[in-house]
Write a protein that binds this ligand. Structure first.
Ligand code: CP
Length: 320
């Protein structure tokens, strides 16, 4: 297994071996997440700062819990509560956090490239918690982890990503990871949100949902990211749902064992019927649980811990 990186910024720059390494560590950490004590203090004495300039429920909370399960001291900072509001620059802000001896900075930012900008200016490890429409690497890892739990391997898996691809960091990170791991990716949505040039990333592009879901092993739904769109990409939400919403009727077109995924937050009744979001085939809450294991693995690795010793070192912390 191989991991020498101080930062986790995107999936594009990772090798297939590094992806397999983080997923293997997440598999080990999932046992800790599910054990009663949820405690494996490999980051005792470390300081982790969760710096979220954009809102978040899942990513922010699971990074905080992951760091606490690993025994780290954790501080949460939001844009509203920080001196960014008083005009301090991002560079000055993160250099001050570094001066507080932060070992890891987790950054979510509306600007694509912000975590890379920070990583080049601090000695602390930087983990990208989602930047603009660029990358959300830990989301791609938790999605992949969930798919592997369900199917055993990503090799040869058919994955359809349905919805607002253009403005989605989740879509881009998923595409990179799935391609590197041998899955086949289909993208589907209106032409304004799923332009044909995504084919250059090695994906099939279709604008017809019936053509996208029949062969899929996994259908991963994305919400419309109004916060990143300068003008509406389709006439109305009702029209979007009519053409691209995952309804009960459309689920009947899917393979009987196909799995429904969503990174959250869900806009019920828009990209997915509420009943379908909660149905047996939906793994949205498993994805959230797996996010905790993936984020423990990410924190463990970027702080220089060895992936090779993990299974042995975890033994005392897992109650069988
Ligand atoms: N999936 C995801 O990133 O959710 P949050 O925005 O709530 O973190």
């Amino acid at each position: 297994m191989n991991w020498t990186r101080k930062d986790l910024i995107d999936i594009e720059s990772l090798s297939a071996e590094e992806i397999r390494t983080l997923l293997a560590c997440a598999r080990q950490f999932k046992q800790v997440c599910l054990s009663p004590r949820k405690h494996a203090p490999f980051l005792q004495g470390y300081t982790v700062i969760n710096f979220f300039v954009e809102p978040s429920t899942r990513t922010r909370t699971s990074f905080e819990l992951a760091a606490k399960h690993l025994g780290a001291t954790v501080v949460n900072l939001s844009a509203e509560g920080s001196s960014l509001k008083k005009g301090e620059t991002l560079k000055d802000t993160v250099r001050n956090l570094e001066s507080l001896q932060a070992d890891v900075l987790i950054i979510r930012h509306s600007a694509s490239g912000a975590p890379q900008f920070v990583a080049e200016r601090v000695r602390s490890s930087v983990v990208n918690g989602g930047d603009g429409a660029h990358a959300h690497p830990t989301q791609a890892f938790l999605d992949a982890f969930t798919m592997i739990e369900k199917r055993g391997t990503l090799e040869g898996a058919h994955v359809t990503i349905l919805g607002d691809i253009l403005y989605s960091r989740v879509a881009r990170s998923n595409i990179w990871l799935l391609n590197k791991m041998g899955a086949k990716v289909t993208l589907c949505g209106p032409p304004t949100l799923v332009p044909k040039n995504f084919e250059k990333m090695g994906c099939r592009v279709t604008h017809h949902i019936e053509d996208a879901i029949g062969d899929a092993d996994f259908v991963n739904l994305l919400r419309i990211q109004h916060e990143r769109q300068r003008k509406s990409a389709f006439p109305s939400l009702g029209e979007y749902t009519a053409f691209f919403g995952l309804t009960k009727e459309r689920v009947k077109l899917m393979k009987p064992n196909a799995i429904i995924m969503h990174p959250g937050p869900i806009n019920r009744g828009v990209e997915i019927d509420s009943d379908i979001a909660d149905c047996e085939r939906s793994v949205v809450l498993h994805q959230v649980t797996n996010g905790l294991a993936v984020r423990m693995a990410a924190l463990y690795l970027v702080t220089g811990n060895s992936p090779d010793d993990l299974e042995k070192n975890l033994e005392p912390y897992i109650q069988h």
